[in-house]
Each structure stands twice: as structure tokens, then as C-alpha cells.
Design a protein around this ligand. Sequence first.
Ligand code: SF4
Length: 337
Amino acid sequence: MNDDVILSAEDLVKYYPIKTGVIRRVTGHVRAVDGVSFELRRGETLGVVGESGCGKSTLGRLLMRLEEPTSGRVTFDGIDMYSQKGGAMRRLRRDIQIVFQDPYTSLNPRMTVGDIIGEPFDIHPEVAPKGSRRQKVRDLLDLVGLSPEHINRYPHQFSGGQRQRIGVARGLALNPKVLICDEPVSALDVSVQAQVVNLLARLQKELSLSYIFIAHDLSVVRHISDRVAVMYLGKIAEIGNDAEIYERPTHPYTQALLSAVPLPDPTVQREQIVLSGDVPSPANPPSGCRFHTRCWRAQDICKVEVPLLVERPDGESGHQSACHFAEPRQIVETAQL
Ligand code: SF4
């Protein structure tokens, strides 16, 4: 594995059995993640974007080994994560931490902020021995822009943005190398979202962190991601660096997502690509290209042949798209007079 790569997924699969009837017979599977491969480089942010139900949060949990995969491999710093046991796995967990989506429900309302942020030290006392814990928590509060004096307050005494800062402080308590940010701003007001994204960007530089930043909207990850992976029904539809994804998307699904991003300037209009229908069920994904039931470019081959995630011969290195007819298309913006 390349030294520059800190985390990699190889053909990662997670199927959940569907059980029906009195004897709970397995009658099918929800294919939440279905053959996902990528690499996360040191110090970079990989945005993972897709509609709800595309498997991005399951992917986040698999990368932390909060769930066991059906098959596939995750390698952290050259170590095969799923073969680790006991103390070795516990040490590995320290290095990959998560910030959850909803700061309103992910913080225990009966615990003080000091206890919430310091909780990981119960499992990993080697990071902060008993006598130094309060000071460590105060330092973490200061790091995320909250007053250390608020250590004895409860979550309800903070605003939504402040609560997410508490979630970030807890995520950083064990000095991780990788932070999985699972929709960290989607429950927040738009005005507060940028503050939390800016905080994460600053912390990344200061602490040399690598991020997986999960979101359902391309606009949220735009300013923080070095590369973006777009997921559809458990698979990566397109992956590339941010300029390629935002300026020259080649997959029709990415193009549609981009056209749906709201523009801040009401005098500018963007070309609209409207997708028909809803995302199909991951328990019964369409044959061939999973996007063909909603794709305006679909042809007969798309219904039978699964497109591989590959670079176009004339495309840029590392820009891969899973489409038989991948072609760059800039989403046009026009000023309204
Ligand atoms: Fe659309 Fe076909 Fe490309 Fe799938 S393979 S995205 S259906 S054109």
C-alpha cells in the first residue's frame, strides 16, 4: 500500500438479511454497500455524497468497524482492520473516530459536557490518566471554540452549533488520525453550517487529520473536500478531485445532483436536470446500471451490463466514473437580466 494512503476500502460489501414469517426465514437482502473501493490519503478530505439510502452512513460505520462487513477489506495504516482482535483492535479504534449527524440526539442530556467529552477516556485511560482528565477536557473545549468554563453545563444549555462543537471535541478526545464526519452539519441551520465546516477545516490543518466527510448535498462538501465520491444505491458512481467533480462531472447522476444545488445569487440561474422517480429500493436494485431507471441518457446496454468504475481514456488520472457513456458536462449558469 502507498505510504501516502492512511485508510483504504477494497470491494467492501454489506448486505442486511430481510427476515419474514414466523420462523424469520431470510427472503432477501438489503444491499446497503455493494462493492465499494477507495483510498483516503493522509491529510485529505474525501467527501462522500448521495441521497438518503445510498449506503454512505453504513460505509462510515464499516470504516470504524461499528459493523462487520459481508465481505471486503478495510486497511488502516497498512493494518487489515477486520483481522484485528482484543487490545490491537482497541488501539486501532483510537485512531478512527466519528462525529455523528445529529447534535440534538447524539449527546446524552443527563451528562455534563465534561463527562460527555471525557467519556472516551474511560475506555482508553492511557490517553488521559485520571488526574489530568479535567484539564484535557478544558483544552478540548478551547480547541473547538467553546469556553472551558462551560465544562459543567448540560447539552440543552447550548445552541445547535455549539452542541456539534461538543461532538467534535468528543471525536478528538483520543487524538485520532482519521475523523469520520457523518453528516455533521445537516441538522443545523444554514447560517451555522459554515461555522462548523470552517472549524473542521481549521482543526484538520492544526492536527494533521484526514477526514471522510459524509453529506447528502454536494454544496456542503464543496469547500472542505479535496476529492469527492458520489454514491448511488450502495455503489460509487463517480470519484475524482473537487475540480473534476464540480467543473467536469462525467456521470449523469453527479450532473443531476450538481444542477440541484441552490445558488446563493438569485440573479443567476443554473441549468436544471430533473430526475424522474425516487431512489429504487436497495433490497431490489435495478439490473445493469442501477441508475438506469432514472437516467435520461440510458440506452439498452444500461439495463443489462453493469458499468465498471473506470477512468475515461482521455480523462484525468484518478477521475473515475461508472457509466457506459461517461462524458464531461459543465452545468451551465446564466445571469438573469
Ligand atoms: Fe445512465 Fe447508462 Fe450511464 Fe447508467 S450507464 S448512468 S444508465 S448512461
